[in-house]
Design a protein around this ligand. Structure first.
Ligand code: NDP
Length: 454
């Protein structure tokens, strides 16, 4: 859906971006969302046009595409495509996760890289924006296949990264196991121990305590602050969480710790509903240990219900809830699903995944008074803690779990306050989607002006 803006300069840039990226719907969606919401800032800064601030903001510094050949257990050579989008080094080394999923393509990589520059700015830490990954599907692969793929991926990627250059981390399909194989190969090729070249490492060789928990915990800190500002709390609220991966699991853990009850979680095949509250230990066993399907939850809790996803539908959004947390993937909550959530009385939606709500869904929820925590801000706790992991690696020192969690909590409170302040300053009070985009854009445009035309 094309959005209306009045500012001529913005319209010119939007038109050019659409023309140049016709085949990249997710990328256009992310750019349009940001450019639409920063209109008041552009109106206040006519000098931005001469400096081509927006044109520079929507063009990645570098897009790297590469071949990833590897041998499967049957001896067959397979070729996947690898990506690294080094989007912006304005405020620090390129930083952003790697995603291994069959849906990965240039549009998805660029949208994630673009989102990442704003998210990283919001953390207040010195990290630029990047994203990478491959169309490799880790599902059903043996340990040996996963290791060989990761080694081949790093055999090309290593020449583009470094602890002061570009620092990848995990994302969908890339957890501590994959980061371990990637790190091992990097170290072997470079013959040097650069601890800070990857984040999301295991604790036994330089990872940070609380990194695994950080995105989900951070989401709940943001949610708590947002509810508090509007005189509400998590206590006694029901919560539904899509996904059952890293973000979803630790959002669930923190939601319980904050007094809420999580009644449903999902994976790409369907969702489980447990009116007594989802038993997180069972989910962790199925997903983190057995790497199974969420349906298996019923083997342990036969009174729970399972709803299969048909034709990529998301049955989880039909379940009545006070708070909905999309924590799986992009565009997993559309306008029809938003309508159902609202009809069922949802009071808040928090984006744990990147761009999980379509723009129409997000706008509809906000316009109808649902408190909306946008991904860039609400899920920034993961990358913020990655930056804390990098600083521990540089210092050759470890913080305790409590120290890291405390820093994370402070960062999330700051992010919320900055989004709230920016939304008020530009007359969009309570619209944290616009607030997040405006707060991040202001910092990035200041940095761009300060560094000249490079
Ligand atoms: P994981 O791989 O750990 O988990 C992803 C979960 O989402 C799984 O339950 C998976 O189900 C489900 N899922 C993935 N793709 C789809 C799909 N196309 N349709 C339906 N369900 C799907 O990933 P993370 O938890 O790390 O990441 C989840 C989201 O959070 C992503 O958008 C990511 O970019 C974002 N994010 C992650 C951060 C992190 O620190 N990990 C930081 C900030 C954002 P199945 O098992 O069936 O594939």
């Amino acid at each position: 859906m094309e959005r209306l803006v009045m500012n001529e300069y913005l319209n010119k840039v939007l038109e050019k971006t659409r023309r140049l990226n016709e085949e990249q719907p997710e990328y256009l969606q992310a750019v349009e969302e940001v450019l639409t919401s920063i209109e008041p800032v552009i109106n206040a800064h006519p000098e931005f046009e001469k400096l081509a601030i927006l044109e520079r903001m929507v063009e990645p510094e570098r897009c790297i595409l590469f071949r990833v050949p590897w041998v499967n257990d049957a001896g067959q050579v397979i070729v996947n495509r690898g990506y690294r989008i080094q989007y912006s080094s304005l405020i620090g080394p390129y930083k952003g996760g790697l995603r291994f999923h069959p849906s990965v393509n240039l549009s998805i990589m660029k949208f994630l890289g673009f989102e990442q520059i704003f998210k990283n700015a919001l953390t207040g830490l010195p990290i630029g924006g990047a994203k990478g990954g491959s169309d490799f599907d880790p599902k059903g692969k043996s340990e040996g296949e996963i290791m060989r793929f990761c080694q081949s991926f790093m055999t090309e990627l290593y020449r583009h990264i470094g602890q002061d250059v570009d620092v990848p981390a995990g994302d969908i399909g890339v957890g501590a196991r994959e980061i371990g194989y990637l790190f091992g190969q990097y170290k072997k090729i470079k013959d040097a121990y650069e601890g800070g070249v990857l984040t999301g490492k295991d604790i036994c060789y330089g990872g940070s305590l609380a990194r695994k928990e950080a995105t989900g915990y951070g989401l709940m800190f943001f949610m708590r602050e947002m509810l508090k500002k509007h005189g509400k709390s998590l206590d006694g609220k029901t919560v539904t969480i899509s996904g059952s991966g890293n973000v979803a699991i630790y959002a669930c853990q923190k939601a319980y710790a904050m007094g809420a009850k999580v009644v449903a979680m999902s994976d790409s095949n369907g969702c489980v509903y447990d009116e007594n509250g989802i038993d997180l230990e069972t989910i962790k066993k199925i997903k983190e240990v057995q790497r199974g399907r969420i349906k298996e939850y019923l083997n342990f809790h036969p009174n729970a219900q399972y709803f299969e996803s048909v034709n990529s539908s998301h049955p989880i959004w039909n379940i009545k809830t006070d708070i909905a947390l999309p924590c799986a993937t992009q565009n997993e909550l559309n306008i029809e699903e938003a309508r159902v959530l609202l009809k069922n009385g949802v009071i808040a939606v928090g984006e744990g995944a990147n761009m999980p709500c379509t723009y129409e869904a997000a706008k509809y929820l906000i316009e109808n008074g649902v408190l909306f925590a946008p991904a860039k801000a609400a899920n920034a706790g993961g990358v913020a803690t990655s930056a804390i992991e990098m600083s521990q690696n540089s210092m050759r020192y470890y913080y305790t779990f409590e120290e890291v969690e405390h820093k994370l909590e402070r960062i999330m409170i700051n992010i919320f306050n900055n989004c709230a302040k920016a939304s008020e300053e530009f007359g969009h009070s309570g619209n944290y989607l616009d607030g997040a985009n405006i707060a991040a854009f202001k910092q990035l445009s200041d940095a761009m002006k300060a560094q000249g035309v490079v």
